[in-house]
Design a binder for this molecule. Sequence first.
Ligand SMILES: Cc1cc2nc3c(=O)[nH]c(=O)nc-3n(C[C@H](O)[C@H](O)[C@H](O)COP(=O)(O)O)c2cc1C
Length: 341
Amino acid sequence: MAAPDWSATPVVLAPMAGGPSTVDLAVAVAEAGGFAFLAGAYLTTDRLASDIAEFRSRSRSPFGVNVFAPSPDEPAMTTAAQAYAGRLGPWAARAGVELGVPRYDDDGFGQKVELLLRERPDVVSFSFGWPPAEAVDRLRRAGVSVWVTVNEPAEAEWAAELGVDGLVAQGWEAGGHRGGPVDTGAEQLPVRELVTALRARTGLPLLAAGGIMSGAEAAEVMALGAAAVAFGTAFLACPEAGTSAVHVHALHHLRGTTVTRAFTGRSARALRTTWTEVYGPHAPAAYPHVHHMTAPLRAYGRANGEPELVNLWAGEGHARLRALPAGELCRALGEELAAAR
Ligand SMILES: Cc1cc2nc3c(=O)[nH]c(=O)nc-3n(C[C@H](O)[C@H](O)[C@H](O)COP(=O)(O)O)c2cc1C
């Protein structure tokens, strides 16, 4: 299936599950000439269906939907998450919070794929794992452009083998989870080097993401071979985003980010806090077991304005974010990009 015409919409709103991605945010970006992703992860299939319907009732623009492909489940992950819960328990108890039970789930993957086959958004992107080849084939035959997130140059060949239409090249600077199919835990390439390395290995179109906060930086990455640029952190403080108040405040006031498995058992870039620095080093690679275990503590932190108890996802560029209405920000990014090119 043909990819969207990225040259018409080189400013892309990255999917941001867990609250920040809202239909309001996606509509504002799409109506300002950008390309918007809805985030399908953590939502029920019904809620994702109603988000898609609402987007379509408010915008005729093309759009994408991101879902998490299932992560591997191993019995040792539950045990490792329980051991980590033993360390976090006393800290959670001080806040009067009982931690959740570590468990596996696939985030309704099969149901979400069936929904996307019925709804046929212009693009479906998968992160966190390789989607089954059958899902890729069926979506493509239904006319959907299928993309996967990669963090490693060598993943380009696997993706080509799977038959996808394009790659989201997520650099090390990116806020939120490492989206590639394997959570190595090791430091990975920054976005410019990743795009350059991928460009040398594949002809697939690339959507670059990670630490990009201005149209001028987007132009640089596109000069290296990216077809378009996805902005995540840049949109977190827009009024249309569903980012919690404590998170927005921290993005403006805390300094320094780190990649940690502290909150979910999967590597993700967040602002440095006691949680990332003291407990993070003990967190196992066990997604989504750790995600479910820490969920009540994070919900408490968001509801009570306690930044130390929240997963404060942030890209390396967070100090430069602009708290503008999303349409205004999207237009500004587009103008800067056009001027730089
Ligand atoms: C709060 C937050 C939530 C995110 N959720 C998702 C998600 O659901 N799916 C996904 O593929 N990437 C997710 N990401 C990663 C973004 O799609 C994108 O790769 C990243 O934001 C780009 O880096 P930047 O934040 O420096 O712009 C998330 C990022 C943030 C900041």
